[in-house]
Design a protein around this ligand. Structure first.
Ligand SMILES: Cc1ncc(C[n+]2csc(CCOP(=O)(O)OP(=O)(O)O)c2C)c(N)n1
Ligand SMILES: [Mg+2]
Length: 441
């Protein structure tokens, strides 16, 4: 992976009308800073791009007569589906393991959708449909001592790092046995003791400086670790993203940042989010290696992640990996994504990461027979059903339990929970409600 002088500029980009540069794959250790003080020369750069296809779809906004905004997609919607690229590192067993995690990821999310429809989920549900390769193969590249922080679409990363599907299910149902004991209805949980996982932070971009800080902490203990996190094509626009990456860059910290370039940020298409060709180019400005991968190809995701993890372990600093794919559902369960042009879904459905990986393992590599594959799928379904059953049968937390786990329970602090009357103005409706509630007690 590297930034290197490039030669040609041509074609259109995967994300719209931005021109795309053709690139050559460059090894990680080939990263070189461009020479300084050579202002007479025109400096050009390239970004390695391991994709086997460069979709040329473009989304355009148009205004209907009734004033409604619509999006239209143009480009080669019938382009042939690319094959999976052979991994430089993964063997048969590892590929099958990643494939199994991807299946678990998807089937867990189908179960979550059903739980939501049954009224058992207390808030919303977020999905990583179409992004399973990115979540699972990236986390698979981490070593035990490395750290990670997923975002809402990376529920597959949790499975790879040792969480059970029931943990995520119980969390959404706010059950007593959930990782936060029913205190949060979505994904705000971590595990800093066993799994080196920082809890997702909803403020987009904020995980980047936090993870950089984790790497700095390890550095102060004289260890070089990899710290992996994710940010969307929308979230990367935030100021804190810049600050976090820049800090990791100047401190040479082992940040492995995945930009999940899934073409939408809620209802904003990537064409209206940024103007550069590809987001991996931002790496040039930070002075760090950047690479583009097909986020629907588990082998490409793994290889880029593994190389970045190895750079981190060697103390060579951060890497930015742009994973190109498509968010195949709405932002969350409440969003039907009616604003997404249907042909765009059809195009990316043909690039389904699981179907293609299955085809690769069964038909191309012949690493799984049809029978073994059917057994593996049946086993994943059985596991998810068992996990769902356990999650549903977990009790709701008792009201008193809200008091625990908030303050230190080791006896070293004398901080007692203190309950009192909410401060409300006399005579207002909320004052009356409060009075009535107190009276009822
Ligand atoms: C700083 C900040 N601004 C706005 C939001 C609200 N918000 C949550 S998710 C989201 C869209 C994110 O899109 P993207 O980063 O592309 O991720 P994706 O949902 O596509 O995975 C927005 C605007 C937020 N959580 N934090
Ligand atoms: Mg997005």
């Amino acid at each position: 992976m590297a930034i290197k002088k490039k030669k040609s500029v041509s074609k259109s980009s995967s994300n719209g009308n931005r021109p795309r540069t053709t690139t050559t794959h460059v090894a990680a250790d080939a990263f070189v800073r461009p020479p300084k003080g050579n202002s007479a020369n025109l400096r050009t750069y390239s970004i390695p791009d391991t994709r086997l296809e460069h979709p040329n779809l473009s989304v355009r906004q148009s205004m209907e007569k009734d004033g409604h905004v619509r999006y239209e997609v143009t480009g080669n919607l019938d382009a042939p589906v690319p094959p999976i690229r052979d991994s430089k590192y993964l063997g048969r067993q590892q590929c099958i393991e990643i494939y199994r995690f991807m299946l678990l990821n998807r089937k867990m999310e189908v179960a979550l959708e059903n739980l939501y429809k049954q009224g058992k989920v207390v808030g919303g549900v977020y999905f990583g449909l179409g992004q399973e390769a990115c979540s699972c193969a990236s986390a698979y590249a981490l070593d035990k001592d490395d750290w990670f922080a997923p975002m809402i679409r990376n529920q597959g990363s949790l499975l790879v790092r040792g969480f059970a599907a029931r943990d995520t299910m119980m969390q959404y149902m706010a059950k007593a046995d959930s990782p936060t004991r029913g205190r949060d209805g979505t994904s705000h949980f971590g595990d800093i003791e066993k799994r080196n996982m920082v809890s997702p932070i909803s403020m987009l971009g904020d995980l980047i400086p936090v993870l950089s800080g984790v790497a700095l902490g390890a550095r102060l203990q004289s260890r070089n670790i990899a710290v992996m996190t994710y940010i969307g094509d929308g979230g990367q626009s935030t100021g804190v993203t810049y600050e976090g990456i820049n800090f990791a860059a100047v401190q040479n910290l082992g940040l492995v940042l995945f930009i999940e370039s899934n073409l939408w940020a809620y209802s904003t298409p990537s064409e209206m989010q940024y103007r550069c060709q590809d987001l991996a180019e931002r790496a040039i400005g930070y002075g760090i290696p950047g690479v583009i991968v097909d986020g629907t190809d588990a082998c490409q995701v793994y290889d880029a992640a593994r190389e970045a993890v190895e750079r981190a372990h060697a103390g060579e600093g951060p890497t930015l990996i742009e994973a190109k794919m498509m968010r195949m559902k709405g932002h969350a369960i409440h969003d039907a994504a009616a604003y997404v042009p249907k042909p765009m879904f059809d195009f990316w459905k043909k690039r389904d990461p699981i179907a293609r990986f299955e085809n690769y393992l069964v038909k191309e590599k012949k690493w799984l027979t049809a029978k073994e594959n059917a057994e593996l799928i049946a086993d994943v379904e059985r596991v998810i059903e068992e996990e769902r059953e356990i999650a549903v049968n977990s009790p709701m937390p008792t009201p008193e339990s809200a008091e625990g786990g908030v303050y230190c329970e080791d006896g070293c602090h004398e901080i007692k929970p203190k309950y009192g009357m909410p401060k409300v103005k006399k005579g207002t409706a909320s004052f009356k409600q409060t009075e009535a509630a107190v009276h009822l007690k």
